[in-house]
Structure formats: structure tokens, C-alpha cells
Design a protein. Structure first.
Length: 261
């Protein structure tokens, strides 16, 4: 654990993506099973203290996570206005009812969203899809056909933006993109769908011709390894989850959402 906290920022970004995935799982599953402000708040506080060691600069950190900071309070506001009312009622109008219970639930929900989403975004900000596919196939032993198909599809996502711009420029050059934004959007979306299907078909044929769907064990160009640093990252996620759950149980705020109501 000390090795991870004192390592250079680039060291964390170079860890095996499978270890990052496992760390997020062991960290977030306990937070998903409860809805209380203590466990989520404790986990979020520890995560914020560790984010500077994750290998992201502050500018990149805010650029990657601003949507999470924006949506989490909006989620809390929605729960505060329309959540289950209990305790003292502070305000009531039509379907809006702000109560002591709804405010508590809103705070817990907002903190839980931040505690779950932020580490996921930070740890996977610099993950290469090919490294992730290598880890899924070699470390987790997922079917190679499934992993390579997913990797190929993920690589094609980046072409959607270029295709959309090319379609927009082509329609404008023909003078059919000046009016009717909704109609233009629907037409371009359909054209992009057709183009994606054609490209996907060609890609599938090309991969089949190169033996990607052949039976038997595969060989891999790059070996995916899980070493002590990766296991320390998983252990760190488990420690954060254990501390958060322990704090919630000790304060009596643990609220197991799958338990009897």
C-alpha cells in the first residue's frame, strides 16, 4: 500500500487495468448495498485524499470529472424534492414534499454517487482499450472471441465523430442541412447507422479471414501480468470499503437497502 501512495504518478496509470477494475468492484459493491451518508462520506474523503497520487493533473482531473460533480447535486435535489417523506416536513407543494427524511436521503445519495463514480473515472482515465482487452482475456480468462469483438467495436467508436462531421459537411455542400434541425438529425442518425452496419460487416469479415474466430487457444502479442503493485491497489480498495462500512456500523447509520423495509 505504501508503494502505491509514494509511487510516481505515472506508476499508477501503468497498473494493469484488470487490477483497477477489481479495485473499483471491491470498493463500490459495499457502497451500493447501503444508503447512508456516513459510509459514502468516509469513502469519498479517503478517495479525495488519494486522488493526487492517481497520475492525473488537476486540470485533467476536473476535465474528466466535471460531469460527475454536476450531476451528483442534481440527483440530490431530485431526491430532496420528490423522495420518500419522513420526519419533520419543511415544505410541501403539490407533488413536492421536502422533509427531514428526504433531505437525509438526498445527502446520502449525492455522496454515494460521488464516492462510486469519481474513482471509476479517475482510475480508467488513462486506460488503453488494448491493455484492458489483454487483461480480460489473459488474467480473467474471458473468451477471446468476446474480448476481441468488444475491443474492435470500442475502437470504432472514435470514428463516429469523424463520420458525423463528414456527413454534416456533405449535406451542407448539397444544401440540405440549412433547415429543420430535427429532421436533419434523424436523417444523419439513420445514415450513420447504415454506415456503421456496413463498416461492422466489413470488419467482421476481415477479422474472420485473419483467424480471429478460429477455435483453440490463442497467442497474445503482449503479456498481461498482475504483480504485487496491482494486488496492493485491490487491497487499498478493500481497505477503503472496510473503513467506510465500519464507520457506518459504528455510528448506527448503516442502511442495508436489500434488507426488510
Amino acid at each position: 500500500m505504501i508503494d502505491i501512495l509514494t509511487a510516481a504518478p505515472s506508476r499508477v496509470t501503468q497498473l494493469n487495468p484488470v487490477a483497477k477494475l477489481l479495485a473499483i468492484v471491491v470498493l463500490t459493491v459495499p457502497l451500493v448495498l447501503t444508503l447512508d451518508a456516513v459510509s459514502a462520506g468516509v469513502a469519498l474523503a479517503i478517495e479525495l485524499a488519494l486522488f493526487p497520487f492517481a497520475g492525473l493533473g488537476w486540470r485533467q482531473f476536473w476535465r474528466r470529472t466535471w460531469i460527475v460533480w454536476l450531476l451528483a447535486p442534481l440527483t440530490g435535489v431530485t431526491i430532496a424534492l420528490y423522495g420518500q417523506a419522513s420526519g419533520l416536513i419543511y415544505a410541501e407543494w403539490f407533488v413536492v414534499r421536502i422533509s427531514e427524511g428526504s433531505l437525509t436521503l438526498a445527502l446520502a445519495t449525492m455522496l454515494r454517487v460521488l464516492a462510486i463514480a469519481l474513482p471509476s473515472v479517475v482510475l480508467f482515465a488513462a486506460v488503453d482499450p488494448t491493455d484492458l482487452a489483454d487483461g480480460l482475456a489473459q488474467v480473467l480468462r474471458l473468451p477471446a472471441r468476446f474480448v476481441l469483438g468488444g475491443l474492435a467495436g470500442l475502437r470504432m467508436v472514435g470514428l463516429f465523430v469523424d463520420d458525423w462531421r463528414a456527413l454534416e459537411l456533405a449535406r451542407r455542400s448539397r444544401g440540405v442541412a440549412d433547415r429543420g434541425r430535427i429532421r436533419r438529425f434523424v436523417g444523419m442518425a439513420f445514415a450513420l447507422l447504415v454506415l456503421s452496419i456496413r463498416r461492422g460487416t466489413k470488419l467482421a469479415v476481415a477479422m474472420e479471414a485473419r483467424g480471429f474466430g478460429a477455435p483453440g487457444p490463442r497467442t497474445w502479442a503482449r503479456e498481461s501480468r498482475v504483480g504485487p503493485a496491482e494486488w496492493l491497489l485491490v487491497l487499498l480498495g478493500a481497505v477503503i470499503a472496510a473503513v467506510a462500512v465500519g464507520a457506518a456500523v459504528a455510528t448506527g447509520s448503516w442502511n442495508f437497502i436489500l434488507g426488510p423495509s
